[in-house]
Every structure is written in structure tokens, then in C-alpha cells.
Design a protein around this ligand. Sequence first.
Ligand SMILES: Cc1cc2nc3c(=O)[nH]c(=O)nc-3n(C[C@H](O)[C@H](O)[C@H](O)COP(=O)(O)OP(=O)(O)OC[C@H]3O[C@@H](n4cnc5c(N)ncnc54)[C@H](O)[C@@H]3O)c2cc1C
Length: 408
Amino acid sequence: MTHDLRHATGPAPELAVGDDLAVLGAVAKLAADKFAPRAEDYDRRAAFPAEDFDDLFSGGFLGVAVPREYGGLGYGPQQRNTLPLWEMTTTLAKADLSLARCWEGHANSLVLIDALAAPEQKRRWFTGVVEHGEKWVAWSGEPQTPKPGESVRFGTTLTPVDGGWTLRGSKAFATSATGAQWAILLVDPAGPGGARQTREVHGRLLLLACDLSDPTVTVDTSWWDPVGMRATVSHVVRFDDTFIPRERLIGGPGSYFDGHWQTAFVPQYAASFLGAALAAYEYGLGYLKRQGKGGDPYVQQRVGSMAVNVETGRLWLRHVAGLWDERRLDEARIAGDRAWHVIEHLAEETVHHVIRACGARSLIRPSPVERILRDLTLYELHDNDDHVLATIGRAVLGEQYDPSFHKL
Ligand SMILES: Cc1cc2nc3c(=O)[nH]c(=O)nc-3n(C[C@H](O)[C@H](O)[C@H](O)COP(=O)(O)OP(=O)(O)OC[C@H]3O[C@@H](n4cnc5c(N)ncnc54)[C@H](O)[C@@H]3O)c2cc1C
């Protein structure tokens, strides 16, 4: 298929495919005019940013990592045009970090489908995204150790049946649970644990596309009451003998780990952290100028540090994206971990500089800084920075390392 589906029947995008700067400019305008002003309301209501996704669809951006021959923008590591995807993520995160997490889940799913799905699966699912605005996400989260007071143990069990499997159990941290139409479920057929929590899962892990309108799939909204990232609606999702037909299997057993796909997604988190830093920086700079504090030498130092931090973050992402596009994969993977580590700390430091330089009122609504602080605090825990750093050290030392989930 070579024709551009988006132009044939899609939502009448105004932008020429391939015009990356125009695309990024249009997304930045949407983010500033519409997404940033909506962020506080989504956060307060802990509601999925549905209108933002409607706007992304109408603008022709939902097929961001869908190859151009299927009507998408053709961004991302699989298409060797990585930086525009990550820059879009940064732009969305600058408006709303929760929106960026939902966006990452969607974009990462498209990258996986592009890399691993069969042609007929691609045709069907990419058409759903480009023409009908369908949103995707990928769910692994099956933490096995209960937190204090938690009686539930999360996890799924897969049973082979005629024509496919049935899935029973639950997943936590299911981002976009009330907003997405499709989820790629990362399932260990040997039992609970998903991809992240089990050690020996590599060769077994299955990627199963689940239609979330199936009545056996239910969302428990009582669990997700976190300090930040509230609008990611990362609820607990239950599967009550959900039938997954064999034709919804993406790739083969173990293909997620064989292709080290998690490593393509690690720098996207860093792109989001950078967006949070940029938002705080921009707000702080305006605040300090309005208050006439530019003459204070301590303020000058903090602003200098913020400026270097965000520029450093951008340079790191550009560097890692280049390695992906040049297919220097081993270097790209470990550089992605380095980018995660350094940008996490730069973003955190930048937000704290803003708070120190601007003072207490910067943490009182409607200042966005209080939300950014809450969101970043939680989002940084998606991976464990101690383990990320140890992974980088093990690579340097020539020890065995796991660039996907940074397990010891
Ligand atoms: C906002 C948000 C959205 C998310 N969205 C998604 C999503 O869409 N899909 C998805 O699949 N997941 C998602 N996650 C979940 C994420 O992938 C992690 O599974 C989750 O953050 C782990 O939670 P925890 O820190 O309480 O986990 P725990 O598993 O309890 O880990 C606690 C700490 O112990 C460490 N640890 C865990 N196991 C070991 C071990 N064996 N040895 C040594 N240390 C260990 C961890 O690194 C961590 O620092 C999301 C997380 C957040 C915060």
C-alpha cells in the first residue's frame, strides 16, 4: 500500500506530510493555546485529556509513528526519524505531563505495531488510528509485592483456548484506562508478573492487542488516587476471562525482549521530563522579570543554571535520536539510559530552582509549578534511577546489563 490514507479519508489535515517543522509548530500552538489551559481541570478531576486527543486527531497528529504509506507522519525510532517524535512529546509535556504520558503510551504502541505486527494487522490498526482517531496504550504493570495495607496482588493468568487465549486477573498503572480503545498487553503466559516484574520472562512474553470495549474488561477507578500524574488515569484494569483471538498476537513469544523495544521508549520519558522543566523555566522566567528580580545575583545564578539544564536536555535527546536514526543500536540503547538519568536530575533541579527563586507563591494555584512538581515527583519513579545508573556503570565495566528494565 503506497497511497496516503490520511489524505484519502482522514480528518482533513492542513499540513503536508514530511513538513516536520510545520507539524512541530502546529503542535506547539495547540499545546500552548488549548492543552496547557486545560491541564489544571484534568488534574483536579483526574480525568483523561480526551479533548486534547480529539484536537491531536483533528490536526492529523494521532498517526505520529504510523509509517507514511499508511497515512501517518512516519516519526519515531522504527522509521529512523526519531527526534520529531521526542520533540512532540516534550512539547505536550510542557503543556501537561499527564497528557504526555498518555501520548507516549499511544506512540510507543504504534512503534511496536510498526516493528512487529503482520501486514494485515498494521492495515487494520493503523487505519483505526489515522481515520477513526483510535487511541492505543501498552500495559505491563503487574507489581507482585503488595504495599502496606494493600491486600490485592496484581497479575494475569493466560489460558490457551480454541482460536486464542482467555485472560484473567488484573493490571495496575493502566494509563489511559478510560480513554484508549486498544491496549497492547504484555503478558507472561507462565503467570503473573508482566514484563517488568518477572526475571525469567524474556523468551516467553507475549504482546496481545486487547479491544477495551470488550465487556469482560472493567476499570476499577478506586485505586488511582496519586499525588501527581492524576490525569493519566492509570487505574487498575480487570480481565474476567477476556477472549483474545490468536490474530491479535503481535510478533512472537519474546519478541519484545529480542528487539530490546523498551530501550526505544526510555528516552521518551526523558523527553517528557524535559517538557516539565521547560514549563517551569518559562513560568519562572516570566515571574522573575515581572517582579523585577533580575538584578539579584542569586536569581541570576539560578536562571543561568536553568538555561543550561534545559539546553543540555535538548542536546542529549538530539544525540540519542541521532544514534537511533543511524542504527547504532547498542550505543543508542545505553545512551538512552544516560539521557534518562541526566535529564531526570536536570528537570528536578530546574523545577527546584524556579521554586527557590520565585518563592512560595509559585506553588499556589493557578501557578502551574505546583502541578509540575507533583507530576514530576511521581513520574520520575516510573523507572528506578539507582538501577538506571547502575546499568550504565555495568555497561562501562563490561559487566552484563539489562538496558530494558535495569534489573540487577
Ligand atoms: C504515572 C505512571 C504511569 C504509568 N503507566 C504505565 C503504563 O501505561 N503501562 C505500564 O506497564 N506501566 C506503567 N507504569 C508503571 C511502571 O511501569 C512501574 O511498574 C511502576 O511505576 C512501579 O511502581 P512501584 O515503584 O510502586 O513498584 P515496585 O515494583 O513496588 O518497585 C518499588 C521499587 O523497588 C524497585 N524494585 C522492584 N523490583 C525489584 C527487584 N527485584 N530488585 C530490586 N529492586 C526492585 C523498583 O525499581 C522501585 O524503585 C506507570 C507508572 C507511573 C508512575
